[in-house]
Write a protein that binds this ligand. Structure first.
Ligand SMILES: *Cc1c(COP(=O)(O)O)cnc(C)c1O
Length: 404
């Protein structure tokens, strides 16, 4: 186990006050906070290496290129991809998903089927709807149960030889449910479908092994795992990335250009048009180093303990209901108080310095399922403490008193 106070000292923002109270940051599922090691890496890049990459013969450009490509190798090692060119650096999960969706628009035909899950983030629903409109493919949805878990029997029945792509998040950002992706991938492959897993919410808690999973595509954002905003990754199996057409045209992604014809660069550059977020990519590597220096086993054990503690304490408040009660879940608690709008609770908690998210969490279909406008979501990270959870529980009690 680690000393959480030592960890907290790595995060300058955790010592600031909000509305005169010590900040309690429980909005980790929206974005994580940034440790000094990562902030230093940003400063180091702009202080010492700033240059455009893959172009210059000059020293700075070569050094920046080396750092960027080293970061790609770090990401490759972290996700256990077979080749570093299977890692495409993007602006984030949303960009990665759109890149794949765009690629499939040239592969899918009328009558083909795409399966998504009822637990998806809007960024995972809308691109597929757009793709279906373009291609005449049909969108099917794996339903969920009251606990917020996907119903695997229904998934089995949705699969057929028409299924071309299955798209599911690894962990639901709205409820914290950990989905049985091993099963989902294996079953999809039995009918010849490709699988894209959205790991945006999983990667802060779990270290996925893309080869062991045998997944075709896996995507994540750096800003949910202690890195900067505006950078993320797409892992794609080499054969799939070769099959998909480029997403954007521009510099960096070409081999040769004439007005008659352009040939594309090799992987991964085919998908990296234009000047990328160079500092972001390099610092994504630093964020991965930071999280690995703590260790994902240690992180998971600690966060599960926080989850159990918070669940027990919150459920002692009469009229409080937790949404997402699957046994397999991570440190996210979505809840409501009877007859009180989540927004009002969030506002009172903010006055007490406690940052939670309220609303539909970009997952309106889940809210529709429960017939609620939204929830209050408290999401915990390894730098949170039980004392902070006590403050949340007191805050919720206070909100209940003031609002009912
Ligand atoms: C945050 C999140 C996204 C979107 O990530 P961006 O970084 O905004 O592109 C997609 N899916 C899930 C499950 C998420 O938690």
């Amino acid at each position: 186990m680690f000393n959480v106070q030592d960890i907290r000292n790595d995060f300058p923002i955790l010592s600031r006050k909000v509305n005169g109270k010590p900040l309690v940051y429980f909005d980790n599922a929206a974005t994580s906070q940034t440790p000094q090691q990562v902030i230093d890496a940003i400063v180091d890049y702009y202080s010492n290496y700033n240059a455009n990459i893959h172009r210059g013969v000059h020293t700075l450009s070569q050094e920046a290129t080396d750092l960027y490509e080293q970061a790609r190798k770090k990401i490759q090692a972290h996700f256990n991809a077979k080749f570093s060119h299977e890692i495409v650096l993007t602006s984030g999960t949303t960009h990665s998903i759109n890149l794949v969706a765009n690629g499939f628009s040239s592969i899918l035909k009328k009558g083909d089927e795409i399966i998504v899950s009822a637990l998806e983030h809007h960024s995972n629903i809308v691109p597929w709807q757009m793709l279906c409109e373009q291609t005449g493919a049909v969108l099917k949805v794996i339903p969920m149960n009251e606990d917020g878990a996907l119903i695997m029997d229904d998934y089995d029945n949705l699969l057929s030889k028409n299924t071309k792509l299955v798209f599911v998040n690894h962990i639901s950002n709205a409820l914290g449910t950990i989905n049985p992706i091993e099963y989902i991938i294996e079953k999809a492959h039995q009918v010849g479908a490709a699988v894209l897993i959205d790991g945006a919410q999983a990667c802060p808690h779990i270290k996925p092994d893309v080869q062991a999973l045998d997944v075709d595509f896996y995507v994540a954002s750096a800003h949910k795992m202690c890195g900067p905003t505006g950078v993320g990754m797409l892992y794609g199996k080499e054969e799939w990335l070769n099959k998909l057409p480029p997403y954007q045209g521009g510099g960096e992604m070409i081999a040769e250009v004439t007005f008659e014809k352009t040939t594309y660069a090799d992987l991964p550059h085919k998908f990296e048009a234009g000047t990328p977020n160079i500092a972001g990519g390099i610092v994504f590597g630093a964020a991965i180093d930071y999280m690995n220096s703590i260790g994902f086993d240690v992180i998971a054990t600690y966060e599960n303990d926080l989850l159990d503690y918070a669940t027990e304490k919150l459920l002692q408040i009469e009229g409080l209901k937790i949404y997402g009660t699957s046994k397999s879940k991570t440190s996210v608690i979505s809840f409501n108080l009877e007859n009180i709008h989540p927004y009002d609770i969030g506002t009172i908690l903010d006055k007490l310095g406690i940052a939670v998210r309220t609303g539909h969490h970009c997952a309106q279909p889940i809210m529709d399922f429960y017939c609620i406008p939204g929830t209050v979501r408290a999401s915990f990270s390894f730098y949170n403490t039980k004392e902070e959870i006590d403050a949340l529980v007191e805050g919720v009690k206070k909100a209940k008193m003031m609002l009912s």
